[in-house]
Design a protein around this ligand. Structure first.
Ligand SMILES: *Cc1c(COP(=O)(O)O)cnc(C)c1O
Length: 254
């Protein structure tokens, strides 16, 4: 395969940056978790690689990240094609975190993402379920909820999620693992409310769920570069970090 013979560029200076930045991020994760009375190991720090190429994914993997997030099906396919045969990428897990159009579902499923975070409607849950059954696979998914009500955000309203929850959990071929949300930018107070709202909805759904559903319904994917500490304080188990991981210009101090 052509992809496997292509060598991945190695930039020692970038490697040092990513590793150092990771130490800074983990220190903040640890502090936020401790303040909230949580064990930092409950929080998976995902590197959102949507704006960088595989050489930077390789650098991040070498620095210790193992979960990567992509928001476009084509880019997920392209990157996985490049890394699939390369032993340097053993153990890498890609997550699908972006809008999923029905005509792209098969492309995404063929990549076998570790988790699809963006099941943003009951109809999409059904469409993904149908295609998983046809492929004879079980795909772990999160339900995306638009907690803040911001127009530009995708996701179910909390009310819609509540109503559709049981039916979506019963669909064959998908496994409900938890909830995902995005907070509006640049407002820490609104971010806090958004994440607290997702957490409350999660608790409500989990406590009403059948035991076999509740047993694996455990993930809260919330918090990005600007607001991950708030996410952790409100119970995030996955934070999705893009700029802070990969961009040396992103303002971030110890
Ligand atoms: C881009 C993106 C992120 C990461 O955003 P940053 O602000 O760069 O950390 C997280 N989640 C989703 C769904 C994204 O599209």
């Amino acid at each position: 395969m052509q992809a496997s013979t292509q060598s991945i560029a190695f930039d020692p200076e970038y490697q040092r940056f990513v590793a150092h930045r990771r130490d800074q991020i983990l220190a903040r994760v640890e502090r936020a978790a401790r303040v909230a009375g949580r064990d930092p190991s409950e929080v998976t720090v995902m590197a959102v690689s949507k704006t960088v190429d595989v050489d930077k994914v390789a650098a991040a993997l070498a620095a210790g990240y193992s979960a990567f997030g992509e928001n476009r099906p084509q880019e997920l396919e392209r990157k996985l094609g490049l890394v699939a045969q390369d032993p340097a990428f053993d153990g890498v897990a890609f997550h699908m975190i972006g809008n999923l159009q029905p005509n792209k579902i098969n492309h995404v499923l063929a990549c076998r993402p570790a988790l699809i975070h963006s099941i943003a409607s009951p109809e999409l849950a059904q469409a993904v379920s149908k295609r998983c059954v046809a492929r004879d696979i079980v795909q772990p998914v999160l339900f995306e909820v638009n907690v803040s009500g911001e127009q530009s955000k995708s996701g179910m309203t909390p009310e819609e999620a509540r109503e559709a929850f049981e039916g979506m959990c019963a669909l064959p071929g998908i496994e409900a693992r938890g909830l995902m949300t995005m907070a509006p930018r640049n407002d820490p107070e609104v971010a806090r409310e958004t994440f607290a709202g997702l957490r409350a909805l999660f608790d409500e759904l989990a406590s009403a769920a059948k035991p076999e559903v509740a047993g694996r319904f455990s993930e809260l994917s919330m918090g990005m570069s600007d607001d991950f500490e708030e996410g952790i304080r409100q119970g995030a188990t996955i934070i999705r970090l893009g700029r802070v991981v990969f961009d040396p210009e992103y303002p971030f101090d110890d």
